[in-house]
Design a protein around this ligand. Structure first.
Ligand SMILES: NC(=O)C1=CN([C@@H]2O[C@H](COP(=O)(O)OP(=O)(O)OC[C@H]3O[C@@H](n4cnc5c(N)ncnc54)[C@H](O)[C@@H]3O)[C@@H](O)[C@H]2O)[C@@H](O)CC1
Ligand SMILES: Nc1ncnc2c1ncn2[C@@H]1O[C@H](COP(=O)(O)OP(=O)(O)O)[C@@H](O)[C@H]1O
Ligand SMILES: [K+]
Length: 489
């Protein structure tokens, strides 16, 4: 795991480091120059783009250093609003070393690489006019780009594109990693991400706003099985859903729960005439909904996949919320919570754990806003959901966010292979299996989301994705990854 920092936290860290006399801009510029030097030849020219603030200052230090290293450098330097002394000295040195100053991008040029120092964490409004055209031009030049700190145009906190954003091949980020690099559009723009803390120690870097989950969480150690294991040790999971036309959804969740190690799994599909056994996975058991809602019968209950919003669904949710079984609420269970205030009130008063797993549209319904508002600030939206519903929340989508208000995680695994139907059902079943095996709500959500995402990554690496990868396959891949990790402990 790696700490993630919001802009305001980074500013506070920077202020303290500068007050302690650390030459941050010099170090950042030299690191950029070194990174570039290692990837370029002296025969080919390099383009450096410097913007109006300190991100541009880093670029100027890098440009000067590259000329010191005998590189031929073209510098496009617009709008010097907030130049530090360090940046001014670098600019003079760059010119003295024979660096070439451009006033606009020439139509034809043959740069080997570009350095993007237009905007960093100080971008505070959508880009317009010449800035917009410049970024669009760079993105169509088929030119390898190194972004300083983050791709210009990407919002550091949210991963939103403000107008247009540089499509980088590499991002060398300074001091700490930013959530915007990993959620929403961030992954598509940042390329390979590197971090240079500029000499700051972990003590200087206290106060992270979230943690990036980019490796198998240590909680898997708790899933190791003793030789004397028996199925009664791994918890019973129930799945309630499967209204008319949606009977497959609880099957997907139930199967995933079995594959991820739940002791026993019961499915209850509400649709009249729903099949009472699963020919593909006959290990699944079926029961009437009332039986699954009996107090204390289960270690975890998934409610929602294909549930529908009929009275019987409302009643099932009401009873589940009144009980003490840890819940995973997905899909229509979330829609019902959004539509029925008494159910939402019941949830906030509930003592036993509940995990909500909304995708952005469900999250918007839960908060009474639109999807764009959710996506504009996914961390903030998650925090708001946790506060309003007093539950553990998984906000799904590229860079899923998991939070219980005390701990917040941004998941780095996952791929477009997962943008296929039923993936949410599978995720809910996986999380329930982990709950049933003894993990807490936040642990089960964090591990389940990570494993689900890794399964999507492996699908892409092994050729069943990104196109046509099915949710059933994801559960199989996740099982393999979990076993490999547990056996390697
Ligand atoms: N502050 C520091 O001590 C350090 C800063 N560093 C670098 O400096 C960056 C932050 O510097 P700044 O705070 O100066 O911010 P930026 O350089 O990211 O940008 C701020 C400047 O851009 C302008 N601006 C913002 N949005 C705009 C828009 N849409 N259109 C046109 N102009 C816009 C602002 O008016 C301001 O002049 C970091 O990302 C990092 O690269 C590093 O050198 C490390 C040390
Ligand atoms: N491009 C992507 N990158 C990473 N994860 C993704 C991507 N697309 C979908 N996912 C993941 O797949 C799952 C989809 O869930 P959901 O939208 O509820 O699907 P469904 O309603 O079809 O079951 C979520 O866990 C989501 O985070
Ligand atoms: K930048």
């Amino acid at each position: 795991m790696q700490p993630l920092f919001l802009r305001t936290t980074l500013r506070a860290i920077e202020t303290r480091a500068l007050a302690a006399g650390l030459p941050l801009m010099e170090r950042a510029g030299l690191a950029i120059a070194q990174f570039t030097h290692e990837r370029t030849d002296l025969e080919r020219r390099i383009l450096v783009l410097a913007g109006p603030g300190h991100n541009g200052g880093d670029a100027l230090v890098a440009a000067a250093e590259l000329t010191e290293l005998n590189h031929a450098v073209d510098l496009l330097c617009w709008g010097a609003e907030t130049r530090s002394d360090t940046a001014r000295v670098a600019y003079e040195q760059f010119l003295a070393n024979g660096g070439r100053l451009l006033t606009a991008l020439p139509r034809y040029a043959n740069w080997q690489m570009a350095i993007d120092g237009l905007f960093g964490i100080g971008l505070n409004r959508p880009l317009q006019g010449d800035w917009l055209s410049l970024i669009e031009r760079i993105n169509t030049c088929d030119l390898p780009v190194l972004a300083i700190d983050l791709p210009s145009g990407l919002c550091s906190d949210t991963g939103q594109i403000l107008g247009a954003a540089i499509q980088a091949n590499w991002t060398l980020s300074f001091i700490g990693l930013k959530p915007g690099l990993f959620t929403l559009q961030g992954r598509d723009h940042a390329g390979e991400i590197y971090l240079d803390t500029l000499g700051l120690t972990s003590e200087n870097l206290a106060g992270a706003n979230a943690q990036l989950v980019n490796q198998m969480p240590a909680t898997i150690a708790r899933l190791r099985r003793p030789r004397h294991a028996h199925k009664g040790m791994f918890g019973d999971v129930g799945v309630i859903g499967g209204g008319l036309g949606m009977v497959g959804a609880p099957l997907l969740a139930g199967r995933a729960a079995l594959l991820l190690g739940a002791g026993r799994v019961w499915v209850s599909a509400l649709a009249a005439g729903a099949p009472a056994y699963d020919p593909l996975m006959p290990e699944l058991m079926f029961a009437p909904v009332d039986q699954l809602l009996e107090p204390d019968n289960l270690a975890a209950l998934v409610l929602g996949p294909g549930l529908g919003t009929e009275d019987v669904a409302v009643e099932a949710l009401r009873q589940a919320l009144a009980g003490a079984v840890p819940l995973v609420l997905d899909a229509d269970a979330l829609n019902l919570l959004a539509a029925h205030k008494p159910l939402a009130r019941q949830l906030t008063k509930r003592r036993a754990p509940a995990i909500l797993t909304p995708h952005p549209l469900e999250a918007a319904r839960l908060l009474g806003c639109d999807t764009a508002t959710i996506q504009a600030d996914r961390l903030q939206a998650t925090a708001e959901l946790v506060k309003r519903y007093k539950a553990c929340v998984v906000l799904k989508g590229a860079g899923s966010i998991v939070s219980d208000g005390k701990q917040t995680y941004l998941n780095a695994s996952g791929s477009p292979a997962l943008s296929s139907p039923g993936q949410g059902d599978v995720l809910a079943g996986m999380i329930a299996a982990l709950l049933a095996q003894g993990l807490s709500a936040i642990e089960a959500a964090q591990l389940g989301v990570y494993l689900h995402g890794r399964a999507g990554d492996v699908a892409e690496q092994t050729g069943t994705g990104p196109i046509g990868h099915t949710a059933s396959e994801t559960a199989q891949f996740a099982r393999r990854l979990l076993n490999q990790a547990v056996l390697a402990l």
